[in-house]
Design a binder for this molecule. Sequence first.
Ligand code: B12
Ligand code: SF4
Length: 669
Amino acid sequence: MMRAKPLIYLTNLTHINNNIPSTEAIPLNIGYLATYVKKVLKDQVEVKLFNLHLDLKKAVDEKKPDILGFSNYAWNSNLSYHYASFYKEKIPEIIIVMGGPNYSYKPERQEEYLKKRNSIDFCIVGDGEIAFCNLVDACIQHQMNVDRVKQERINGCHYMQKEAFIGNGLSERLKDMTPLPSPYLEGVLDKFLEDGFTPIIQTNRGCPFSCSFCCCGTDYYSRIAFFDLQRVQDELEFIAKRVQSPSLHIADSNFGMYSRDYEICMEIKKIQEKHGWPIFINVATGKNSKERILKCVELLGSTLAMSVAVQSTSNIVLKNIKRDNISLSDFWEIQKELRKLGGYSSSDVILPLPGETLSSYLNGIKSLMEADVDFIEPMTALMLTGSPLEEEDFYERFGLITKYRVIPRDFGVYEGTNVVEVEKVCVGTSDLSIDDYLFLRGFHFIIYCYYNSEVFKELIHYLKLQDCSIYDYCYNLLTNMNESPESLREMFSNFLSETKNELKNSENDIYVRYSTDDNIKKLLDFEEGSNLLQKFYGIMMSYGFVTFLEYGFDTARKILAENKIQYSTDEMESIYKYIYESRSNIFEIDEKSTFLEVLYNVCNWKEDGYKKPLSEYKRKMKFEFYQTEEQKKIIKGYMKQYGGTTDSKGKILTRVNPKSLFREIKQIK
Ligand code: B12
Ligand code: SF4
């Protein structure tokens, strides 16, 4: 017997480890579905949203839903299906709906996916609003009779009918975003804001580019639809009044590419002045709008963690992956301006992409370092379900070697079942061997710890002023690792063996491995399954700090000597002590200040932008190092959100500009 008003539960479940949710963003996806369905079907339905499985369980125990929807992303696919089958078994009449980008666009794989997951009644493909709403409407019309709903052949709604796979194409996309009410302003996301999840807004939807490694790179997403500007402003104001998290995610694929993006930045600036939020903004920039990107950075300064992703600097690779990159000269100019304005720049590079060689990859890293990019985000190539990389053609043409690994933090034990998310990665091609891949991962370790961390900033500027190439310095740190202190050698060798061991030959190998209590415990204890770069970065910033510092300075002295460059040991010592006092143990809350006496005024040298040699700042100085109340608040907030493991410390350092956690300094004399 159907209820007078069907009850819909929509979920965007996240794994939880040590009580910390892996997915920190507010579930905007299901928020949109909820407001659209409510707008169209009005009081005919009741909708509730969940991102935590325990909240869902409590709600189901209190009142069983008629329709239960699950999102399907790489990071929650198995978790969602675990609960889909769990509830289907408990309540067979419940209608289970899946939706989200982690679904192949190839019909034979779609069929395979649905055949293996017989608890799913319907799978929505593409943007969910219209198709999901049509499905709910049909469920109401047919009194929740699944067989009759299947006769409707709703666009974008896939399913199995008896033994046959029925794919009804892709769902219709909204041409204009205005009819889609804001989930923030409608209040459906309030509880997630209150619980400290990171707000995510979308100001436009779609992407005109067609990068092969990305789920948004298909024709389906090529048309851009904009949300009304006033509504974006209202959302920001609404969030600012309620938010707990210091950050904001913007889900746009190409921020800065459209003229109104500058207006959005002006609004953010106003909100910042009024509410002191957001402190950090994570967003991906557009590929062809240098002037506007610069204006945005000028306005928001270091708040805006601008990711100007290059992925590769090789033209051959870019052509192979159909990537329409920002031109390298524009990229250089943006970096130059960012430096002037005190902004923080980051750039992603993917290893290995089709056609990349060891030397072209190293050249790419070299040009990013020469362009003074603050943060180089080196990523292993993901073979994402739903992206054009799924084409067999790619495998054959470029000799792709693929492996499988656990997605960091996305695992857990639910109702006694071990649930682990898996990603398929590319670790070699006909142009770059697996050994090259492992060697370059070692380089990523160096980049993360010595280049990205900002810990060695003063040392790096010192070397630059002595005409030392920073790329050569980093390369030396890698190739001379066998001369480093024993504890660092051990950490590096652990990093490499963990990098090798995380790769498995098949998805099933991972499921088998983590089906035992002993092995799943290794994941839960963060002995395995971490983002290794973040984990070792976290190690450096906690107990490994002094060892890394010493090796960094020893290698610097060595490279200066090898290049026959004169330097002063006192200058180096001043920099060493300064770095130590300002950056050691940054996750601890300082009760008291610390004091330091040095022979050079490193502080003034830095304030002057390292333009002149440090020798011009020779002055006996006393500095006081302390944490501001704001820093203490940020550290406490993030430790609460991400936890205190070395792995989570690494993750925090990718969300905030690390500089903002370094101790403040007062000059005493
Ligand atoms: C912001 C963002 C992030 C943020 C926040 C992500 C989060 N966990 O919420 C950060 C930076 C943390 C992030 C991290 C990662 N991300 Co990300 N991210 C995005 C981005 C840019 C926007 C996501 C978003 O909110 N979009 C807005 C919503 C409204 O769109 P949507 O997600 O597509 O939802 C619509 C439909 O899919 C559908 N739908 C969705 N859920 C449901 C549920 C039901 C029941 C139904 C019916 C329909 C439905 O309807 C929605 C409305 O139309 C997308 C790309 C993009 N432009 O969408 C990538 C994207 C989602 N990310 C992706 C990936 C791979 C990752 C990482 C794994 C990358 C990495 N190696 O670290 C990590 C995962 C971290 C984690 N464990 O959470 C992939 C996912 C691919 C896949 N096959 O699942 C995407 C698609 C980008 C890509 N390269 O292709 N990401
Ligand atoms: S990587 Fe960025 S630019 Fe390329 S298709 Fe995806 S969203 Fe668009």
